[in-house]
Design a protein around this ligand. Structure first.
Ligand code: FES
Ligand code: FE2
Length: 407
């Protein structure tokens, strides 16, 4: 997992005006809340007084507000923290008394876009931050966005991203996407075109794949349904579908599926790495055909079915995390998008942004409370929580390329 990227925290629709939300990302807790103007804020969840959870359970008076004057109130002794992370009130010394300078917690830059509250979890100053992915067609005429679908899965986010980049799994995992490996004599994955650097933060690839005419598919449509799928009638002669995909930072993956040019789905997966064995995927589906809002429901339902097929397989991968060295797996040409993604991760390693997971897990929550360092740590001192341990760039790259002893 990496600091210094934009991570989805909650859906906009799930963040009410007076209830903070506790969110776990990169193995740490955060509190997300709105101030009086409705502006969303993301802070480290740990109260620096004595470790209360700002977004955690409240057992005080039922009607007591959890957000006061734009400050989130700690449920333990009532300390109040503003959106900037600075403590404004400590009830035990008297409301209005000046809190000590160290009474501050990390506050992260926020952008609310595409129906999602994103936080920049890192300490880079504004001009050095990787930008949040720009979806050019969002809000444009001729395009329709489904509401954001949340998928909670019990595996590591890199496994999830790699699955979305994998052109060879469709045949075997999604009965309606390929010929299910049935034409053994001629089957192979078509040539993959890779653009190694698309925007400075990831790569892109195109891949034409053969798809069966839908009316014959017993999995997707009933016999004699005339090609009617859950989202409408699709051309029966369909044989080659062009798909493209890529990555943006470690945790964002756009995928284009050109069903019947120019008709396409553009899907965006914003992944929240919760822990090594848990990921929340914020899935945004866009389309430039079937614009009738009545199609939203069936498309959601269909996407859930497809995701369920992937989830079933990915739940059983071993090990849970992606192996750091490619020598621990046997990669073939159809895995080239996966290799390209891992090469980008290695670049983020070089920047020194990778969390030293072994060190972190060994101490986290036992004797030590960690926080992802926020940009304010670059300009001020006196921080109470320890910054999450990071791997030295060279050591991280070396670990990634460590040769397989048996090879
Ligand atoms: S632990 Fe938060 S106010 Fe005491
Ligand atoms: Fe899949």
């Amino acid at each position: 997992m990496y600091i210094n990227f934009w991570y989805p925290m909650v859906r906009s629709e799930d963040l009410g005006p007076d209830q903070p939300e506790k969110v776990k990302c990169l193995g740490l807790n955060f509190v997300v809340f709105r101030d009086d103007e409705g502006q969303a804020h993301v802070l480290s969840d740990t109260c620096v007084h004595r470790g209360g959870s700002l977004g955690g359970a409240w057992s005080g008076p039922e009607n007591a507000p959890r957000i006061v004057n734009g400050c989130v109130v700690c449920p333990y002794h009532g300390w109040e923290f503003g959106g900037d992370g600075v403590c404004q009130n400590i009830p035990s010394i008297g409301y209005g008394s000046k809190p000590p300078a160290r009474a501050k917690i990390d506050s992260y830059p926020v952008q609310e876009k595409y129906g999602i509250v994103f936080a920049f979890l890192g300490d880079l100053p504004k001009e050095e931050r990787p930008p949040l992915l720009e979806i050019e067609e969002y809000g444009q005429e001729g395009w329709r966005a489904n509401s954001v679908l949340i998928l909670e899965v019990d595996y590591y986010y890199e496994r999830s991203i790699e699955n979305g980049l994998d052109p060879a799994h469709n045949e075997f995992v999604h009965p309606t996407h390929g010929f299910s490996g049935m034409n053994r004599d001629t089957y192979r994955v078509n040539e993959i075109e890779i653009e190694e650097n698309r925007h400075g933060w990831g790569f892109w690839f195109w891949h034409p794949f053969d798809a069966p005419p839908l009316p014959d598919s017993k999995h997707e449509t009933a016999k004699g349904s005339g090609g009617k799928t859950p989202w409408g009638k699709v051309k029966a002669s369909r044989s080659t579908v062009k798909a493209g995909g890529g990555t943006y930072g470690p945790n964002i993956m756009p995928t284009y599926i050109i069903v019947d040019p120019p008709n396409m789905f553009r899907q965006y997966f914003f992944e929240q790495p919760v822990d090594v064995d848990k990921t929340r995927i914020f899935f945004l589906n866009m389309r430039n055909f079937l614009l009738d809002p009545a199609k939203d429901g069936p498309i959601h339902a269909r996407n859930k079915v497809i995701a369920g097929q992937d989830i079933q397989i990915l739940n059983e991968l071993y090990p849970r995390m992606t192996p750091v060295s490619n020598t621990k797996e046997v990669l073939v040409p159809a895995d080239s998008p996966i290799a390209a993604y891992r090469e980008w991760l290695a670049k983020f390693d070089d920047n020194g942004w990778r969390i030293d997971w072994e060190d972190f897990q060994g101490r986290n929550g036992k004797t030590t409370a960690f926080a992802i360092p926020s940009p304010a740590r670059r300009t001020s001192g006196n921080w109470v929580l320890e910054p999450v341990p990071l791997m030295d760039g060279r050591a991280a790259r070396k670990a990634r390329q460590k040769p397989d002893r048996a090879a």
